[in-house]
Design a protein. Structure first.
Length: 260
């Protein structure tokens, strides 16, 4: 949709965000999407292949309604690859449900969660579709909602103003826990005011572990020493579940324990 509109109209944008629309409209009204749209339209006209497909750009907001938000997990940018002629990115952080081909970063994510949060013998599905997390209230977000084919992270500067607005004005006041994956996402630690009770965790990105062929650690990179001094578990995913259990009496099932 972004590449086909000749003028930005809120009536066209509003349905893309579901019940997040009332929170995102102020950014739209101030012209925040204008430079994003202009750049994407220009690149598309030049023959650049953008990913994900335009109708999936804001999918994460529809999959996790604002009123059901429990956790924010944020990475860097969508997959920049294709399988055959199909773009891998599906609009959710690390999701690869369209091709149904598990990507290395998502595999490392699952392996790290399994190692640090679950018992060794627990059986789970290495599911290319991460919407099982979105449906539990986990916003599966990327700093950049688009990128160019075979050019990872190219659009991060383009989307940074939107991400900054989203964190400061929309997510921070909710007080939900936030997990930032990777160095680009970690830059936004300062966007959160602790007055709202927001607890922000930072880990490395599973893509780094995939690139280096190492285990991915689910540790909080900024508070790790303090936790180790306490001889406490340092998995941020367990810690988020502690918070949710205390606040709402629920926990996130971080792995898909249901068979295909």
């Amino acid at each position: 949709m972004l590449s086909s509109m000749s003028k930005l109209l809120w009536e066209e944008f509003e349905p893309l965000f579901g019940d997040w629309s009332r929170k995102i409209k102020p950014f739209f009204d101030k012209g925040g999407f204008d430079p994003i749209y202009t750049h994407l339209k220009k690149e598309s006209r030049r023959g650049r292949i953008l990913t994900p497909e335009s109708e999936l750009t804001f999918r994460c907001f529809k999959e996790t309604p604002f009123d059901e938000l429990r956790v924010v997990m944020c990475g860097m940018s969508p997959y920049h690859s294709i399988v055959g002629r199909t773009r891998v990115a599906d609009g959710l952080l690390m999701g690869c449900s369209i091709t149904n081909k598990l990507q290395p970063s998502l595999l490392k994510f699952y392996e790290g969660i399994h190692k640090d949060v679950y018992f060794k013998d627990d059986k789970y599905c290495k599911n290319p579709d991460v919407s099982y997390l979105a449906k539990q209230g986990v916003l599966m977000l990327n700093i950049a909602l688009t990128t160019e084919l075979r050019k990872p992270d190219k659009h991060i500067p383009l989307w940074r103003p939107f991400a900054d607005y989203l964190f400061k004005e929309v997510i921070n006041p909710t007080g939900v826990p936030v997990i930032l994956l990777g160095k680009e996402a970690a830059h936004f630690r300062t966007s959160f005011n602790p007055i709202y009770g927001t607890i922000v965790y930072v880990t490395s990105h599973p893509a780094s572990a995939a690139h280096l062929n190492t285990d991915w650690e689910t540790k909080d990179l900024y508070n790790r020493k303090a936790y180790e001094k306490e001889k406490d578990d340092v998995s941020v995913f367990k810690r988020v579940n502690y918070i949710l259990k205390n606040r709402h009496g629920i926990e996130i099932e971080w792995l898909d324990m249901e068979p295909f």
